[in-house]
Design a protein around this ligand. Structure first.
Ligand code: SAM
Length: 305
């Protein structure tokens, strides 16, 4: 629908006019609400363009579909990608002690060892790998997985575990696939206890400028359970369906109510009956009739009816 307005744009809207137009389109196509912060970022991006190039670039951009690289590059610069392992510890405790054990026990009792999880808006992958680590810890405790002498963790062959991380940004998806994290400052490991270091291989950077800086790569035996893909939550289809669990935290905070409802419709379609939906602590669930709300130590989760 937005493409229809292309030719109607006046030749000269003025910088603020272009910013307003772009912010409206960014919200329509990606759900990102035009906050002051988004506006400032957009201003900085447009500042580097000479005035003559501005109208041409904006008009070209408006004509392109939301899947085009130009749009994705722009959205990458406007979104916040902050994430780290064990973000929101009470929620992680709830996953480790309530939700995942119950899911795994159900699977065992049903003799179905197939687990499918979607981490939506996964940024650089910490949340997605985090869930894989928690599942493996439970399987290790149950004797359903073991550490091999090679340092790899393996499950009993009957287990099929698929954890999908998706994000609108291709850049963060690329880095999630690499699974390489630095350990300094307020980095990815700020809230992770030492028990989980076994899932990482330590490397020391020998490149000029970063000599001696340690970085940590997710172990390939953990990566086996995880995959990543670019996906816009405002697309009308989920990336896949038949999930046992969908988790989406710290993503919808940037969306308006109508967009949140639309995105939650996608989660409903992605989940199997009895599947679990986990939202961020401040997110409202807009379809109470579709879920049964359950409470745990770190908040609540929703079981699809
Ligand atoms: C703050 S990070 C949250 C990462 C992780 N879920 C967490 O809680 O730590 C928000 C992510 O949502 C992604 N995002 C924003 N709008 C999106 C959309 N329309 N579709 C998919 N991902 C989106 C951003 O690219 C960003 O990486």
């Amino acid at each position: 629908m937005t493409n229809l307005v292309i030719s109607c744009l006046p030749g000269v809207l003025g910088k603020q006019g272009y910013i307003n137009r772009l912010m409206t389109l960014v919200e329509e196509r990606f759900g990102i609400h035009p906050s002051q912060q988004v506006q400032r970022k957009l201003e900085r991006i447009l500042d580097v363009l000479p005035d003559e190039a501005l109208s041409e670039w904006v008009n070209q951009l408006i004509a392109l579909p939301a899947t085009d690289n130009e749009w994705l590059s722009l959205v990458e610069s406007l979104t916040v990608h902050e994430t780290y392992f064990f973000r929101d510890k009470p929620m992680m405790t709830m996953l480790r002690e309530d939700i995942l054990p119950s899911l795994i026990n159900t699977k065992i009792s049903q003799h179905s060892h197939h687990i499918r999880i979607w981490s939506a808006g996964c940024s650089t992958g910490e949340e997605t790998y985090n869930i894989a680590m928690l599942i493996l810890e439970i399987l290790l405790a149950k004797g359903e997985a073991v550490w091999q002498t090679s340092g790899a963790v393996v499950t009993r062959p009957c287990w099929q575990i698929e954890i999908l991380g998706t994000d609108v940004s291709r850049q963060v998806v690329r880095s999630a696939k690499e699974g390489i994290y630095a350990n300094f400052g307020m980095g990815a490991f700020r809230d992770m206890t030492t028990d989980y270091w076994k899932y990482f291989e330590k490397h020391t950077n020998v490149n000029q400028g970063l000599v001696g800086v340690d970085y940590f790569q997710v172990h390939s035996s953990l990566k086996r359970f995880v995959s990543f893909r670019q996906h816009n939550l405002l697309a009308h289809l989920p990336p896949e369906t038949n999930f046992d669990l969908v988790i989406c935290r710290n993503v919808m905070i940037y969306f308006q109510v109508e967009t949140k409802r639309q995105v939650q419709e996608l989660f409903y379609r992605a989940l199997d009956p009895n599947g679990v939906l986990i939202l961020g602590g401040t997110d409202e669930q807009f379809w109470p009739e579709r879920y049964e709300r359950q409470f745990g130590r770190g908040g609540c989760w929703y079981v699809r009816k």
